[in-house]
Design a protein around this ligand. Structure first.
Ligand code: SF4
Length: 379
């Protein structure tokens, strides 16, 4: 599928350009040294774009130095900024990066009475002025609440699709076409369907592919591949990210997994459908990023995965999230969901808050809940 071309720094995605692999930093954005180290790690692994979260002026203030240290004779790292709740960070970040990602589902947080169209117009103006591309990044865990209300509560796909199409149409209407779109779900088959439908409706718009909160390897890679292999083989996708729950200094694994995926699709090697059982225990965990509220998150996700292995055959979903950005939303759809705070971990059961637990006690609490649920399922 030949889409529009979109220039991001020194790369162009879409058109007949090769699929670009990207990844994201998982260290605090204000810690310049660590961000530069990680950006270089990702670049050296083969990332064409490195994304950084910017949520506040302190994060934004680090960008000039990050930019300076990642544009050297040895490396020219293309940078993208991830805007979430405070879209106004765009004007502080844009002069130092090549792309801005905004999430339509988070635009209502800041200046709630201002129409979203005005906010997007502002982001597009900032992007235009600073020679940046945009990504409309729709995520089912944080989809626009107005879109959720339009559809049945169990319909995860329509709100995402509606939101992505609406924002694409709006950017076109104001004459800003230098953008790509992503529609990410933690279920590979929903991600597959959402992207197929978007591509059918808007074959001109380049897609950034990814399964969100895919989890730790190897299952995180398998879930990503189940969706992305098919899309790529159908000619859908201009860039991709494999999101993996791994320690920050192993983030290059995301890029390695992306390279292997492209190589395998080209060679016709595909993951068997039975490599992942959608009717078994499903652990969703975020890849972590600068917003992670306690560095124990990745370790906690691994402990939960190991401690719940006894229930591998049970149809049960546990969401393990690093912060409240997508945490509460993703947890609402899981049988058990945790999202991490600085000192404690919040636990939800089928969307209802059960309580807050320490990092030391939460694994046992989850195991007990899972045992109870397993007994209930047998009865
Ligand atoms: S849930 Fe929070 S920490 Fe995890 S990837 Fe999303 S924004 Fe980052």
């Amino acid at each position: 599928m030949i889409t529009r071309e979109v220039k991001i720094g020194n790369v162009v995605i879409g058109g007949s350009n090769p699929v670009m692999i990207q990844s994201m930093c998982a260290v605090k954005t204000y810690d310049v040294e660590k961000v530069v180290q990680q950006a270089n790690l990702l670049y050296d692994a083969g990332a064409g774009l490195v994304r950084i979260a910017v949520d506040n002026p302190k994060d934004a203030a680090a960008l000039p130095e990050i930019r300076r240290l990642t544009q050297t004779d040895a490396r020219q790292v293309n940078l993208s900024v991830d805007l979430q709740e405070n879209y106004r960070m765009a004007e502080l970040a844009a002069p130092w990066v090549d792309k801005l990602r905004y999430n339509p589902g988070h635009l209502y947080h800041f200046e709630p009475s201002r129409p979203w169209q005005e906010k997007v117009q502002y982001i597009a103006d900032v992007a235009q002025k600073n020679d940046c591309a945009l990504r409309i990044g729709v995520n089912s865990g944080s989809v626009d609440p107005a879109k959720k209300d339009k559809f049945a509560p169990d319909d995860m796909l329509s709100p995402m699709l509606d939101s992505a199409l609406e924002h694409a149409q709006f950017l076109d209407s104001i004459g800003f076409t230098r953008y790509c779109v992503s529609l990410k779900e933690s279920d590979p088959y929903l991600t597959l369907e959402a992207n197929r439908k978007f591509a059918a409706a808007r074959p001109d718009v380049p897609l950034h592919l990814g399964v969100t909160e895919a989890g730790a390897p190897p299952i995180g890679i398998i879930k990503s591949r189940l969706a992305l292999e098919k899309l790529l083989a159908e000619g859908i996708g201009a860039t991709l990210r494999i999101s993996l729950t791994v320690p920050a200094d192993e983030k290059n694994l995301e890029v390695e997994a992306g390279k292997q995926l492209l190589e395998d699709v080209k060679a016709g090697r595909f993951t068997p459908e039975n490599a992942w059982d959608p009717n078994g225990l499903n652990i969703i965990s975020c890849p972590s990023c600068a917003r992670v509220q306690n560095s124990r998150f990745v370790d906690l996700a691994e402990k939960i995965r190991t401690a719940t292995a006894f229930a591998a055959q049970r149809k049960f979903t546990i969401a393990v999230m690093g912060c409240r950005v997508n945490g509460p939303g993703e947890s609402d759809h899981a049988d058990l969901g945790v999202w991490c705070g600085p000192e404690c971990v919040n636990l939800k059961k089928k969307g209802q808050l059960v309580g807050r637990f320490s990092y030391d006690e939460i694994v046992d609490v989850i195991v007990n809940e899972l045992r109870v649920a397993s007994c209930e399922l047998r009865e």
